[in-house]
Design a protein around this ligand. Structure first.
Ligand code: HEC
Length: 285
């Protein structure tokens, strides 16, 4: 099984090959309709075969990668379905184009290339959601565009600690930048989604990961405090880790009861001299 996973990860490398060739095929199919470029006809036939071979290989690797698990969200299924359609259509068209009936099917080649271009774009879109989280592209977009993607306005920077929301303004931005790519509603590695307070508190495959008031038994804190050489250390796969100070702040947040949807000024014992100093340093206040 491990060997399948090993091969499967080459999916993210291999997939760029059919994308590149499909663009070339589309351009060629348009050009060879002009007398001047007629001589490129045989190149188009060859490129269709190259597209089909690389698309089928990419999809086979994709199924291997999918079998690792953690891709079961809606984007995972859409990505798989569109990608599979691309491989099947390219294989059929490449065979027709290479067969002795090629002339009879000539009118379908250009529309097929256009359709494939659209399907590849959709596949890439859902694949992007899987690797970066669905909101990655529009994170820094102007608010009207964010709103179209269903995002609420970006929180203004903290100016007064007492007014800050302990989760939304302090902890969430840290988790979003370091953990969201693997723990979102589409890609829930370890069955954990950290993108909202409710999802975070639901926990992952081993149960809750935050025990309010009890940092010593909170799985999330344990994972981020391990030596980075430990297999269970988070973020996984050598992704940029949280800083020592950010880990201290998350520990402080769990210790004061993991509050959310409130003002820090209203949380008893939240802002001691020490925690104030920590937060001031982190947020440059
Ligand atoms: C590159 C992908 C990746 C990133 C980034 C990542 N994780 Fe994970 N995480 C995983 C995988 C895979 C698992 C499941 C395997 C395991 O439990 O180690 C997991 C599991 C977990 C679990 C255990 C869930 C459970 O209930 O078993 C916690 C807690 C966790 N991650 C927290 C974090 C935090 C906090 C961050 C950000 C600092 C983070 N992860 C970033 C991939 C990632």
């Amino acid at each position: 099984m491990e060997f399948i996973y090993f091969l499967g990860r080459f999916h993210v490398l291999a997939l760029h090959i059919p994308i590149g060739i499909i663009v070339a095929v589309l351009i060629l199919e348009i050009l060879i309709r002009k007398e001047k470029y007629k001589s490129l006809e045989s190149a188009a036939g060859f490129l269709w075969i190259a597209t089909a071979a690389s698309a089928v290989l990419t999809v086979v690797l994709g199924y291997m990668h999918f079998s690792e698990g953690g891709f079961e969200g809606p984007s995972g299924y859409q990505h798989r379905n569109y990608g599979t359609a691309v491989a099947i259509i390219t294989a059929v068209v490449a065979m027709l184009r290479a067969s002795k009936f090629a002339n009879a099917y000539r009118p379908v080649f250009l529309p097929a290339a256009v359709l494939l271009f659209v399907l590849v774009s959709m596949t890439g879109h859902y694949g992007g959601n899987l690797t970066h989280g669905a909101t990655y592209l529009v994170e820094y977009a102007p608010q009207p565009i964010r709103a179209m993607a269903g995002l609420s306005p970006r929180r203004p920077p903290i100016t007064d600690l007492a007014e800050a929301d302990p989760f939304l303004d302090i902890v969430a931005p840290m988790l979003n930048s370091r953990c969201e790519s693997c723990h979102n509603s589409d890609k829930r590695q370890g069955e954990l989604d950290i993108t909202t307070f409710a999802a975070l508190m639901r926990g992952g495959e081993t149960g809750s990961v935050i025990s309010p008031g009890r940092p010593e038994v909170s799985e999330l804190l344990r994972r981020i405090s391990l030596p980075d050489s430990d297999e269970a250390f988070m973020p996984a796969e050598g992704k940029t880790p949280l800083t020592e100070r950010q880990i201290e702040i998350i520990r402080w947040w769990v210790t004061i009861g993991a509050p959310s949807e409130t003002r820090l000024g209203d949380v008893a014992d939240a802002l001691t001299g020490e925690s104030r100093a920590l937060l001031n340093a982190e947020f440059g206040l």
